[in-house]
Design a protein around this ligand. Structure first.
Ligand code: SF4
Length: 177
């Protein structure tokens, strides 16, 4: 895989520091292989920067042919739904291995996936129900969590990686190359 642009890697490293800080000494934290709730409940088809799309395309291209074909089928179905303005919400991410509950492009997953559950909006409501339940039931190890700032990270993604490109626009461009 080509190396991602350094600024993207730097941003991801900063995110990882926050994520590890939150997870440290909280072995109850639910995000792990097999927990795919957020991947099954996307509010819309993915909308990512060009740099993130480029890395995902490379990761998909490196997968075994049968898995690639399965992902392409899911992408095609989603593109039809978008074109016909009848997207089934919530969206199941086409990169999810639905049997294993695992991301098939984990190392190339976008920043939105890396921050989900760890970075919250000012009102504190922009995270997973599983995490919310855990946090509210564990006053001993959850009260001192220093959450990341979701609004500022969204601005940072656009500043570092450029404008966000909707799922269908990306694939139309890719297929017209
Ligand atoms: S890219 Fe991977 S981590 Fe992100 S929603 Fe899709 S399956 Fe989940």
């Amino acid at each position: 895989m080509n190396e991602a642009p350094q600024k993207l890697l730097d941003l991801e490293e900063r995110i990882e520091v926050r994520v590890q800080d939150i997870r440290a000494s909280r072995d109850w934290w639910p995000c792990r292989r097999g927990c795919d709730r957020c991947c099954r409940q996307l509010a819309q088809p993915p909308e990512l920067s060009l740099q993130e799309w480029a890395r995902i395309d490379e990761a998909v291209a490196a997968l075994p042919a049968p898995i690639r074909a399965e992902i392409e089928q899911k992408i095609d179905r989603l593109l039809v739904q978008i074109a016909e303005n009848r997207v089934n919400l919530p969206v199941i991410c086409p990169y999810l291995d639905e049997n294993e509950g695992a991301c098939r492009i984990y190392e190339a997953r976008p920043i939105a996936c890396r921050t989900y559950g760890f970075f919250v909006d000012r009102d504190g409501n922009d995270y997973c129900q599983i995490i919310e339940n855990e946090v509210s039931s564990r006053i001993d190890t959850a009260t001192d969590i220093i959450w990341g700032n979701a609004e500022s990270i969204r601005h940072e993604i656009e500043r570092v990686c450029g404008e966000l490109i909707p799922f269908d626009v990306h694939y139309q461009r890719t297929n017209s190359l």
